[in-house]
Design a protein around this ligand. Structure first.
Ligand SMILES: C[S@@+](CC[C@H](N)C(=O)[O-])C[C@H]1O[C@@H](n2cnc3c(N)ncnc32)[C@H](O)[C@@H]1O
Length: 551
């Protein structure tokens, strides 16, 4: 079998038949020129497609290329004769470059975190999909042949994505039962094992909730060399696939398309909603809890697509994390900072992630700057939906030594500045009857953090909470929610300064969570307060401090 190319897909058979027809024609006299011409054109069309798709598909990784080369050059006949494999495995089993990249793309597009593969062979498809998974993603591959696990493991070990893969050897149905017993669930399943069992795998997966709602099943070889639609077919596997395709097509639980890629790739999506007839027959309560508000799931309601936001103090630390969070959730983001270079650098980061953003330089303690900031956002994107008033400063001094200048500077930014931002953005929002204002307060609004002395900061942040409560109750009936977030001590470059570094150990002993907050610990709270899922929440202070204020 080594090196021999065997037709395996409808297109490869078409090329084979057309080539044979052309050879026959070439050996015969009196063939009409038009027939020869059409045959030539048909052959060119058919034989060019796979090469073109190969060439135009993103290159595979070095590790996949090596795995492919080793798989196709391996002597599988010999492995079978030597008793290493139970079955004689054709090298054509391998998923290959174009399909591998398609699977990887589907993993990325469906944002899958957990993938199940039924039928791994040497792991080309498994590794392709693992490359598309996030760092904490996991892929379970079922494979009958223990020899294939041994074969693939060194390639997985060489790849930075190999650790995501767990291979379970034995009959796939046994593994599926174990996974169901363990309560496992997957976002995407790739079925590519023994064809006569496809329907059993498929039904078991759906009946035992191994696929999450809205999850995707991909099925390989669903065209089975074209034999699923050819008339004269004796092949049992082809008949099994024909029945399988029809069964899935008629199954009200799913939607299906068959993509004529290589030997056919079915993409099957579990439809989240029951059909009208099942709803009528069942005792379920068909309301917004069941269907989702506006048809959107709770996570869907946290999307911010089409929303316009600004974040002050977004050049670094918490504000930078907030700008990324709002952008990742779909909003356009104005990155506001007093430092132009920092604002521009965050805009560059967001642009790299495909997030629309602009830098705005503004000192929020200056009323003209605040108005210019709001005017710039409105003139650029037409309005403001989300105002994230985050900029703040902190100076340390014992209260008996605190100067009025320190007090004024702190209050001018933290409280007066935040008020000016709320007012300027609030005017735009009240006019349109919609807005989300999220102020950054601090755990210092609740407790007196120690041992550092920061009277002005503590008092100004307590003011931010009262400002938030007052605006939150005053504006809610006109569609504007005002809330604030109170972070505990956040691990930003500021706390690594010479003066604060010695305090870190002391602080740590005050935090039940045993660590300081990361900027990323605050992001989901902001998105929640910025989205419509929090429409009934106003004037509140969401405290995220690892439990510190409770001790
Ligand atoms: C077409 S190949 C899979 C190709 C693979 N998905 C890839 O990406 O290259 C089919 C594989 O399914 C395995 N297989 C067949 N019957 C099986 C079963 N009952 N349980 C688990 N694996 C099985 C075979 O040993 C073979 O490795």
């Amino acid at each position: 079998m080594k090196g021999v190319q065997v037709s395996d897909t409808p297109m490869e058979f078409l090329v084979e038949y057309l080539t044979r027809a052309q050879e026959i024609c070439d050996g015969m006299a009196h063939i009409p020129a038009e027939l020869k011409d059409n045959l030539g054109k048909a052959l060119e069309l058919a034989s060019g497609l796979d090469h073109y798709l190969e060439g135009m598909t993103s290159k595979e990784s070095e590790q996949l290329a090596e795995l492919n080369a080793e798989t196709v050059s391996h002597d599988w006949d010999q492995a079978y004769k030597d008793g290493k494999t139970m079955f004689c495995l054709p090298k054509e089993c391998i998923t290959g470059h174009v399909e591998g990249q398609t699977l990887k793309m589907l993993v990325r597009m469906s944002k899958a975190r957990r993938v199940l593969e039924v039928g791994m062979f040497t792991g080309y498809g498994a590794l392709s999909m693992a490359e598309g998974l996030p760092q904490d993603g996991r892929l379970v591959a079922c494979e009958l042949e223990p020899y294939l696990k041994e074969f693939s493991q060194p390639f997985f070990d060489k790849s930075p994505h190999g650790k995501k893969i767990t291979v379970k050897t034995g009959p796939a149905m046994d593994t599926l039962k174990d996974l169901a017993d363990a309560g496992e669930q997957f976002d995407m399943v790739f079925i590519d094992a023994d064809k006569n069992n496809y329907i059993n795998y498929y039904n078991f997966i759906l009946d035992n909730a191994l696929l999450r709602l809205d999850g995707v099943i991909c099925v390989d070889n669903s065209l089975f060399k074209g034999r699923v639609y050819l008339r004269e077919v004796e092949d049992e596997n082809a008949k099994a696939l024909r029945r399988f395709n029809q069964f899935v097509c008629d199954d009200p639980r799913v939607e299906q398309v068959i993509v004529p890629l290589r030997d056919g790739l079915s993409i099957i999506r579990l439809v989240p909603m029951a059909t009208a007839s099942t709803l009528q027959q069942s005792p379920i309560t068909d309301d917004v809890v069941f269907r989702g508000v506006g048809g959107a799931s709770v996570l869907g309601r946290m999307r911010l697509d089409g929303k316009v936001a600004y974040v002050t103090g977004a050049g670094q630390g918490i504000g930078r994390g907030f700008a990324h969070a709002l952008g990742e959730a779909g909003a356009k983001v104005a990155v506001v900072d007093i430092d132009e270079a920092k604002a521009k650098s965050v805009v560059e980061e967001l642009t790299l992630k495909g997030i629309r953003s602009i830098p705005i330089v503004a000192d929020i303690s200056e009323s003209e700057d605040v108005q210019r900031m709001v005017d710039t956002v409105v003139s650029t994107w037409g309005t403001i939906h989300i105002a994230c008033n985050n900029a703040g400063i902190n100076m340390n001094s014992a209260s008996e030594d605190t100067t009025l200048s320190e007090w004024d500077k702190t209050f001018n930014v933290n409280l007066r500045g935040t008020f000016m931002c709320c007012q300027a953005a609030g005017r735009v929002m009240l006019k349109q009857g919609y807005g989300k204002i999220i102020n950054t307060a601090s755990m210092a609004s609740l407790i007196v953090p120690h041992p550092q002395k920061q009277l002005s900061y503590n008092a100004s942040k307590a003011g931010v909470v009262k400002l938030t409560q007052t605006l939150g109750t005053e504006w809610i009936d006109r569609g504007v929610n005002v809330n604030c977030i109170s972070p505990g001590i956040v691990d930003t470059p500021l706390i690594h300064s010479e003066s604060l570094r010695p305090l870190v150990q002391r602080w740590l002993s005050d935090v039940p969570a045993g660590r300081l907050a990361q900027v990323t610990d605050l992001q989901a709270a902001l998105v929640y307060l910025a989205c419509d899922a929090s429409n009934y929440m106003t004037g509140h202070n969401l405290v995220i401090e690892g439990g510190q204020s409770l001790w």
